[in-house]
Write a protein that binds this ligand. Structure first.
Ligand SMILES: Nc1ncnc2c1ncn2[C@@H]1O[C@H](COP(=O)(O)OP(=O)(O)OP(=O)(O)O)[C@@H](O)[C@H]1O
Ligand SMILES: [Mg+2]
Length: 282
């Protein structure tokens, strides 16, 4: 693998008043340019990992590296780091800061040293892309949770980070806005942005990701392409994570073919591959 864009090297993090480490000697390398999915049970450490990844938390042991350089935690280094690593919080209420939607989207842009006209251009583009025109002048606290989530994603995407971290971005989104998010993620991936996205929606991860990390109790226990990770049924069952619907269906059909007419199994395997590949094309 080429140099990872972000690396955790035996990093550990414990919260005060909590005896168990949320992140335990974690080794994880985020490959540059990929769409990475992060899955794992509630409480396995995904959100803590994100908060370490943009320097909001500092590991008590181990290190993090950004493009091969160790993280530095002085204010100037952190400001620079956070311009390159954007984090969309799991809970949008923890992220929104300004009075109106438009102000909230422009907030981070003022720290980037852009001209007023460039800021206005990027804000308008984000408002259009995220379907926020009708809400642009609304007070943020009056929005629904799904609307807040869309604003919080727009806030970060507008900064054009090199690495985009999204903690449960589809939570609260309806199918239309989930689809819209998928196409926006395709667009920003196409211009070279690396993405790390945590989700409990395995169908979404299966369709979207090209690399998958599975976490348990603060550690990485499995990683690979969606095909290799989701083929590890035993591990996923032990963690009670389940498997994507496409894989489940294929296994059921395979069992039926085997029961009824085993001679067709070779044909079945050929089109199984085609169907699974087609499911992953967006
Ligand atoms: N502020 C906190 N103080 C103490 N312990 C915490 C705090 N936040 C999280 N933890 C603990 O750290 C562990 C990891 O939590 P984290 O929120 O990172 O998990 P997660 O994988 O994001 O879960 P979820 O899928 O529910 O979002 C859990 O055991 C949790 O109870
Ligand atoms: Mg979380």
């Amino acid at each position: 693998m080429s140099q990872p864009i972000l690396e955790f090297d035996r990093a550990s993090y414990s919260y005060p008043c909590n005896a168990r480490s949320a992140i335990q000697s974690l080794n994880l390398q985020v490959p540059a340019g990929k769409r990475c999915g992060l899955i794992g049970q509630n409480g396995c450490g995904k959100t803590t990992l994100f908060l370490l990844a943009n320097g909001l938390y500092q590991p008590q042991q181990g290190k993090l590296y950004w493009q091969g350089e160790p993280f530095r935690y002085d204010r100037k280094s952190l400001t620079k780091l956070r311009q390159q690593i954007g984090l969309v919080f799991q809970n949008p209420e923890h992220q929104l800061v300004a009075a109106t939607v438009e102000e909230d989207i422009s907030y981070g842009l003022y720290n980037l040293g852009l001209t007023e006209s460039e800021i206005a251009r990027r804000v308008q583009e984000a408002i259009d892309r995220f379907d926020l025109a009708e809400l642009a002048h609304q007070p943020v606290h009056n929005l629904s949770l799904g609307q807040k989530k869309r604003v919080s994603i727009a806030d970060i995407m507008v900064l054009e980070p090199k690495l985009l971290l999204l903690d449960e971005p589809t939570a609260y989104l309806d199918p239309r806005h989930t689809q819209q998010l998928i196409s926006l993620l395709q667009q920003i991936h196409a211009i070279g942005t690396t993405i790390l996205l945590a989700s409990h929606d395995l169908d979404f991860i299966y369709r979207w990701a090209d690399w998958v990390f599975v976490m348990d109790r603060g550690q990485l226990i499995l990683e690979g392409t969606p095909e290799t990770v989701f083929a590890q049924r035993e591990v996923l069952e032990q963690l009670q994570l389940g498997v994507p619907l496409a894989i489940e269906l294929m296994e059921e059909i395979r069992a039926i073919v085997q029961r009824n007419d085993n001679s067709n199994i070779e044909n079945f395997e050929q089109w199984q591959q085609q169907i699974l590949e087609a499911r992953r094309l967006l």
